[in-house]
Design a protein around this ligand. Sequence first.
Ligand code: NAD
Ligand code: SSN
Length: 492
Amino acid sequence: MTVSESRIKDLLASVPTGLLINGEWRPAASGKTLDVFNPATGEVLLSIADAAAEDAAAALDAADAAQQSWAATAPRERGEILRRAFEAVTARAEDFALLMTLEMGKPLAEARGEVSYGAEFLRWFSEEAVRAFGRYSIAPDGKSRLLVTKKAVGPCLLITPWNFPLAMATRKIAPAVAAGCTMVLKPAALTPLTSQLFAAVMQEAGLPAGVLNVVATSTAGQTTGGLIKDSRLRKLSFTGSTEVGQRLLADASHNVLRTSMELGGNAPFVVFEDADVDAAVAGAMVAKLRNMGEACTAANRFIVHESVAEEFSSKFAAKVAEMATGPGIEDSTKVGPLIDQKSREKVHELVSDAVSAGAVALTGGAPVDGPGYFYQPTVLTQVPAEARILAEEIFGPVAPVVTFKDENEAVRLANGTEYGLVAYVFTRDLNRGLRMGEKLETGMLGLNAGVVSNAAAPFGGVKQSGLGREGGLEGIEEYLYTQYIGIADPNA
Ligand SMILES: NC(=O)c1ccc[n+]([C@@H]2O[C@H](COP(=O)([O-])OP(=O)(O)OC[C@H]3O[C@@H](n4cnc5c(N)ncnc54)[C@H](O)[C@@H]3O)[C@@H](O)[C@H]2O)c1
Ligand SMILES: O=CCCC(=O)O
């Protein structure tokens, strides 16, 4: 069933179009607006306020003014606001899913999956809000007491990417709310509508004015640059490319900000000779094609034992060839459009570079003609080691396959990247799986699993994939600092 035009019109009419500052939706001070496009058609969906530096400064004023009373709010109350937001997002799951499909392109079924994934961060941190425990102990020499407490770090700047418009926002907002931090959210200019609607839900859930401020902008660096240099800001949490993250880390050094950096990936997907090949193919489909390959966790390099490489590649290519491309709102669609023309050109450039160096396309290998930014789901074999596609984040539905002879070579190939977000390993040998966990330089490992994302787990990378963790027990710690109080011996 294709979604009706009136349904789309009504949904878009319910999305706030202003900047959210101190609990009010208002136009940008300049009056400027930014257009949000549908990547399946290239048409404008909606125009919303386009913030500049003065709007961002007003948002930080609001966050700063609200910080003290918000941090003093009972943890249970903060948790209950998050719980109400979880219920509201779940009740409006179809609206959020359709909105994400319209602005980002992912098929509706996947968008529904993101709604439940994104909502889980609200539920998880509604439960964690009351567990920011400290400790009391007797000093080793018995002469004093040590009291350790956790406190909200203070106003935060949260910057999110376009690829998971809801989950990347809730993964930051929910722990910040739970910890008692106020915030300025800057969503990606390509997909700000989901954040706009989500912020309205947070207001309805009872979040006080000034705790969450939202400034969509077409001029990210100019608009947020002043905030990062403002001494009232205490934390920067960024999800996006390694290149931008590196720049922001340098900027954040000015005020020695707490930082969390969720950056790019180049995930290896290793298939051993003892793997269940069909299970590996099923895992590969998810690890590669979830979100059209536009995920930091997307398998970027398929490293397959030479004895099973042909079986794996041919079965994988057959399944990939069945994946229909099309607008996300159509039921038959399995792979939606890429986000824009620039992204599609980059994907094709990587494929062309590999093919001209000797790689063979078992399926796909080209853009899809017609409107929208579609790319054929592609499997490449015989990819030469020096091909750019093995070193760069593809961010598209393309799977390069290379082979290895033994475990040491698999480890060397898998670790041969500056990234270290996630790896996938398929083997029936548990010891081998655990050994790979010890040897692989990644923050996460999928063992016989093609997806690792879970609100209850610590998500994050090492090397140039980032700093810090989101979700799990660790997620709230990113928004808390430790204070220690030394107490004189009460018996003296
Ligand atoms: N590790 C993770 O959890 C994770 C999750 C999702 C996406 N990503 C990564 O994000 C990238 C794709 O997202 P993208 O294209 O939106 O990344 P991007 O780095 O271009 O942009 C990310 C965000 O940063 C903003 N931005 C860009 N330049 C800025 C500047 N100078 N100052 C302040 N903000 C600035 C953008 O407007 C956007 O909101 C990929 O590399 C992907 O791997 C990582
Ligand atoms: O794009 C990266 C985020 C993906 C996820 O959280 O599963």
